[in-house]
Ligand binder design. Structure first.
Ligand code: AMP
Length: 198
């Protein structure tokens, strides 16, 4: 069966790691806009050049550009049977773009996993990652900007998906495996079957 999933959470919530685990268990690709942008920056493509300074500042890439990237990715054959979106949609305009695109294919999201992590905890994890990985957008200022954008623009999308009854709020504090188990339990309860559960 297919699973069209979205994982939402503040930066530093562990959504990237959990997203990969979920996608693997369901046999679906992860579609991470952040990863697509970073790959383009690294490869020096036109898209990469357009977005470098925006990403480094921790600001959002324009909605039209981001949505075009996602439409293109979701149109590839491996996303036909399902996908896990990570980092998109990130505001209400992007929710509308995604609705339009999926609606045109008679598809809809099955579940939205909302990782709940207090701001202090996200901040501590991001600061630790900055020290380890040295990502260009992990400066104190860019981290602050990203967390503010999350609270102001991204958290409200959960209201929209909440009225559709597809949001599962998951406590993101604790061991990685514990959080994964919580997510799997919520998806199981929706009748979404993992490949590994066959
Ligand atoms: P992430 O890895 O999801 O934290 O994304 C890294 C950066 O890529 C963000 O801080 C934004 O600059 C950009 N980005 C990723 N996804 C989006 C999106 N859906 N809309 C706009 N910008 C995005």
């Amino acid at each position: 069966m297919t699973a069209r999933l979205l994982i939402v959470g503040p930066q530093g919530s562990g959504k990237g790691t959990q997203g990969v685990r979920i996608a693997e268990a369901f046999g679906i690709p992860v579609v991470s806009t952040g990863d697509v942008f970073r790959a383009n920056v690294a490869a020096g493509t036109d898209l990469g050049k357009q977005v470098t300074s925006i990403i480094d500042a921790g600001d959002l890439v324009p909605d039209e550009l981001t949505s075009a990237v996602v439409r293109d990715r979701l149109s590839q054959p491996d996303a036909g049977e399902g996908f896990l979106l990570d980092g998109y949609p990130r505001n209400l305009a992007q929710v509308m773009h995604l609705d339009e695109f999926l609606g045109g294919r008679d598809e809809a999201l099955d579940a939205v996993i909302a990782l709940v992590v207090p701001r202090d905890e996200s901040l501590a994890r991001l600061t630790a990652r900055a020290a380890e990985q040295g990502r260009a957008d992990d400066t104190a200022e860019a981290i602050e900007t990203r967390l503010n954008i999350y609270e102001r623009e991204t958290a409200p999308i959960l209201g929209v998906y909440g009225t559709r009854g597809i949001v599962d709020e998951i406590d993101g504090v604790g061991g990685l495996d514990d959080v994964t188990d919580r997510i799997f339990a919520a998806l199981d309860a929706r009748g979404l079957r993992r490949r590994s559960a066959d």
